[in-house]
Design a protein around this ligand. Structure first.
Ligand code: BTN
Length: 257
C-alpha cells in the first residue's frame, strides 16, 4: 500500500469520509486509534487505515487476522442515536457496493459478515461511545482480506477467503479503500430512508431462507431465518412455529438439520 495516502488525497471525491486520513503501515488495532481520536473530538468521517494490524479484534472478543495484504480501517461516524441500529446495514452494504464496483459479487451473513461462496472475506466491528445515554460516536471497523493466501493461515483456511483468491489477481488495496469510503458516504446519506435501507440489506443477505444455528453465548438455538425487522434484528422461525427475534449473536448457516 505504498503511497496510499497520496492516492486517496488525489482521488477520493467524498465530502467528509476520508478527508481526515490517518494511515499507518502497521498498527495495533485501528479501533483503538479511532476511538482515541473520537474521544478527542476528531471530526465525523475521520478514518484510520492500515495494511497490517498486530492485534486486530473481531466481534465477540475474537482475534482478527490482518496480515500484509489485508485492508483494515476504522471510520468515525456520529449518527443520531435513534439511527444507530442502521449502522450494520449501512456498513455491510457499503462493502457489498465497493466490491461490486471492483467486479466482485459478495453476500451478507447477518448481521454484517461479508461472504463469497459461503466463505468470509470481510468482517465488520461496530463500537459505540456513549456519555451516559448520549451517543457520542460510532466507530465502524472494517477488515477485508484483499491480497493474501488464506491457505497459509490454517486457523481460518476452511472458513475464509480473500479477494485475490476469488479473482485470481491482486487488487489495489488503495482503490478498495477509495470505493469503500465513497460507498459508505453515499449509504450514510440515505440514513433517513430506513425502510429502503433495511430492504436492500435483506436483499443481499444470504442468511434469509436458510436453516441457521445462533450462538447466544449461554446457549444455541436453531431455526429458519425468515427476515429482518425494522430494528435490524433477525427473525427466526423455530420448530414449534414460534418466531424469535435475535438482537445479537453468532449465526452459522446449517446445511443439514
Ligand atoms: C468480525 O467479523 O469479527 C469483525 C472483524 C473486524 C475487523 C476490523 S479490521 C479494522 C478494525 N480494527 C480492528 O481491530 N478490528 C476491525
Amino acid at each position: 500500500m505504498e503511497n496510499v495516502t497520496d492516492y486517496l488525497r488525489q482521488n477520493l471525491k467524498t465530502r467528509f469520509i476520508g478527508k481526515r486520513l490517518h494511515y499507518f503501515q502497521t498498527a495495533g488495532s485501528t479501533m483503538d486509534i479511532a476511538r482515541d481520536l473520537a474521544e478527542k473530538h476528531a471530526p465525523e468521517g475521520t478514518v484510520v487505515l492500515t495494511g497490517k494490524q498486530n492485534v486486530g479484534r473481531g466481534r465477540l472478543g475474537r482475534y482478527w487476522l490482518s496480515p500484509a495484504g489485508a485492508l483494515a480501517t476504522s471510520v468515525i461516524l456520529r449518527p443520531p442515536a435513534r439511527k444507530i441500529r442502521l449502522v450494520p446495514a449501512i456498513s455491510s452494504l457499503a462493502v457489498i457496493h465497493a466490491l461490486l464496483n471492483m467486479g466482485v459479487r459478495a453476500d451478507i451473513k447477518w448481521p454484517n459478515d461479508i461472504l463469497i461462496g459461503g466463505k468470509k472475506v470481510c468482517g465488520i466491528l461496530i463500537e459505540n461511545g456513549f456519555n451516559k445515554a448520549d451517543l457520542r460516536y460510532s466507530v465502524i471497523g472494517i477488515g477485508i482480506n484483499v491480497n493474501f493466501d488464506i491457505s497459509t493461515f490454517p486457523e481460518i483456511a476452511e472458513i475464509a477467503t480473500s479477494l485475490s483468491m476469488e479473482t485470481g489477481k491482486e487488487l489495489p488495496v488503495e482503490e478498495v479503500a477509495l470505493q469503500l469510503y465513497t460507498e459508505l458516504e453515499k449509504l450514510y446519506a440515505r440514513i433517513g430512508d430506513e425502510a429502503a435501507l433495511i430492504r436492500e440489506w435483506a436483499e443481499h443477505m444470504e442468511t434469509l431462507g436458510k436453516c441457521v444455528r445462533v450462538n447466544l453465548g449461554s446457549r444455541t438455538i436453531e431455526g429458519t431465518a425468515i427476515g429482518v425487522n425494522d430494528s435490524g434484528n433477525l427473525l427466526l422461525r423455530l420448530d414449534d412455529g414460534s418466531v424469535r427475534e435475535i438482537t445479537a449473536g453468532d449465526v452459522t448457516h446449517v446445511k443439514d438439520r
